[in-house]
Design a protein around this ligand. Structure first.
Ligand code: NCD
Length: 303
């Protein structure tokens, strides 16, 4: 039995298999509509979510399965002081697989150590978000036809953005990826993630200036400044509008740039860009459902 806590638990062959499976699901949805009949997914969300929880639930329904769970800590026994371990043991009595989001780094790992069913990390604090990364990889693959030979810009809150951390780790295993890290100095990529780049001798540049790097990017991965992880509101207010992508900023961008964002967007991308053919963030939302269907099939070992 396998869980998914960190994207690096999947090797690149397995990632390609998940992408291929998602593409097959997109092409032949009916073939999969009863694959998880009689199975239950528990969504244990201790932190707000729209896309991740709903895409997990939609994924399970489209596989013919059912869903149970909670969407805020306050409505679970966590509010009475129950431990993650006990919640995991309890959920194992009722469901076949768990998707858990938690504000504390490592909470889904603790759940996996105590559950008797697979646990999927649906985001743990400022740490990791492996299923968003699978979503991102599927999107890159569908847009570009490859996961190698790309210049990828990450822009915004690279310190607290868990989707950034997981995607950088994932991309570090592909050939000839150049990482362009754009953030205010205060929100630079944490050194433990930068270690991955250094250790693998990967090419990266760090800058505060988005416009100067725009022409070289194949992918621009915009992110929200993660207000809930700040220690004080003043810092958040000072940094929140560091980068706002407006149409004129794209004048120097490649014609086939893919603009991505894990969403939710606050105001990092002006809505005028939504109709630009380079905007991929709503395609990403849909891809998230298909790749989670592929992942559920894999972890439940459904043929
Ligand atoms: C992200 C998250 O929760 O980390 N959202 C998501 O799952 N698509 C990004 C964010 O909240 O900024």
């Amino acid at each position: 039995m396998r869980s998914l806590i960190d994207i690096l638990e999947l090797d690149t062959t397995e990632i390609q298999q998940l992408i291929d499976k998602a593409n097959d699901i997109i092409a032949n949805p009916v073939k999969y509509s009863e694959k998880c009949k009689g199975k239950k997914l528990a969504t244990l969300f201790f932190e707000p979510s729209t896309r991740t929880r709903l895409s997990f639930e939609a994924a399970m329904y489209e596989l013919g399965g059912n869903v149970l769970g909670f969407s805020e800590a306050q409505s679970s026994s966590a509010a009475k002081g129950e431990s993650i371990a006990d919640t995991a043991k309890t959920t194992s009595c009722y469901a076949d697989i768990i998707a858990m989001r938690h504000p504390k780094e490592g909470a889904p790992l603790v759940a996996a150590m105590n559950a008797s069913i697979p646990v999927i990390n649906a985001g743990d604090g400022g740490h990791n978000h492996p299923t968003q990364t699978l979503t991102d990889l599927l999107t890159i693959y569908r847009e570009k036809g490859r996961l190698d030979n790309l210049t990828v810009g990450f822009c915004g809150d690279l310190k607290f953005g868990r989707t950034v951390h997981s995607l950088i780790n994932a991309l570090s295993r592909y050939e000839n990826i150049k990482f362009v890290l754009v953030s205010p100095v205060e929100l630079k990529l944490p050194s433990y993630v930068k270690e991955t780049l250094k250790k693998n001798n990967l090419e990266y540049v760090q800058t505060t200036d988005l416009d100067s790097v725009m022409p070289e990017l194949d992918i621009l991965y915009m992110t929200r400044v993660q207000r809930e992880r700040f220690f004080n509101e003043e810092d958040y207010l000072r940094l929140k509008d560091s980068y706002i992508l407006r149409p004129e900023r794209l004048n120097t961008a490649k014609a086939d740039l893919a603009i991505m964002h894990p969403l939710p967007r606050v105001n990092e991308i002006s809505v005028e860009i939504d109709n630009d053919p380079r905007a991929c963030y709503f395609k990403q939302v849909l891809n998230g459902k298909y790749i989670r269907m592929a992942l559920i099939l894999k972890l439940l070992e459904v043929e």
